[in-house]
Design a protein around this ligand. Structure first.
Ligand SMILES: [Ca+2]
Ligand SMILES: [Ca+2]
Length: 190
């Protein structure tokens, strides 16, 4: 009878220790991340998103997890809460760098939540950058030079030029015109 009682106490103690050990090993978890984040390209210090992380192993800090993210956004803590035994931290992520769709159409923000016991969890935020008509058309060359016979007949095609505009849609459509006609006819086509 005594042996059975001791065995029962040992089992209970082991299960209790095991459960405690498991809960301490849970890293912080991020709350729901918006599935679609998109903003017009440009410079701004607007708020991009607020995000939370929670866990049971002490106060959580949320930070940028790589240099690229650190250069693009500021992360500001809004609140820390402790409800029952769950710690939560909410941060505001604001834009710091200029968004340029033509060079980087998507921002990948790497975040890291760390609790006071040192457990960490990463999260990826994806931001789609929408186009603004912010690029000028550029000719493929700054100077076009041609040689033509003096007796060339009228309406001889003398030159082809090309200009490109990297914007999307109507903002990327190039229209040509002559700013000084002089001896050149306005018979050109695009
Ligand atoms: Ca653009
Ligand atoms: Ca344009």
């Amino acid at each position: 009878m005594e042996a059975i009682l001791k065995l029962g106490l040992v089992c209970t103690l082991l299960i209790s220790l095991s459960q405690k050990g498991l809960s301490q090993n849970y890293p912080p978890r991020f709350g729901t991340v918006p599935s679609l984040l998109q903003f017009n390209e440009g410079c701004s210090n607007r708020t991009l998103v607020t995000i939370s992380a929670s866990g049971k192993n002490g106060v959580i800090t949320i930070s940028a997890n790589d240099a690229a993210t650190q250069a693009k956004v500021d992360i500001t803590e809004i609140s820390h809460t402790k409800l029952s035994d769950v710690f939560s931290t909410t941060v505001k992520i604001t834009q710091k760098a200029c968004m340029d769709r033509e060079t980087e159409p998507t921002w990948y923000l790497q975040l890291l939540a760390t609790d006071t016991s040192g457990l960490k969890m990463g999260e990826l935020l994806q931001i789609y950058i929408l186009d603004v008509n912010d690029e000028h058309p550029l000719f493929t060359s700054k100077l076009f030079q041609i040689t033509e016979f003096e007796n060339a007949s009228l309406y001889t095609e003398v030159l082809k030029v090309e200009a490109n505009d990297p914007d999307n849609g109507i903002g990327g459509v190039v229209k040509y015109s002559l700013v000084a006609q002089g001896q050149v006819s306005n018979n050109y086509s695009s």
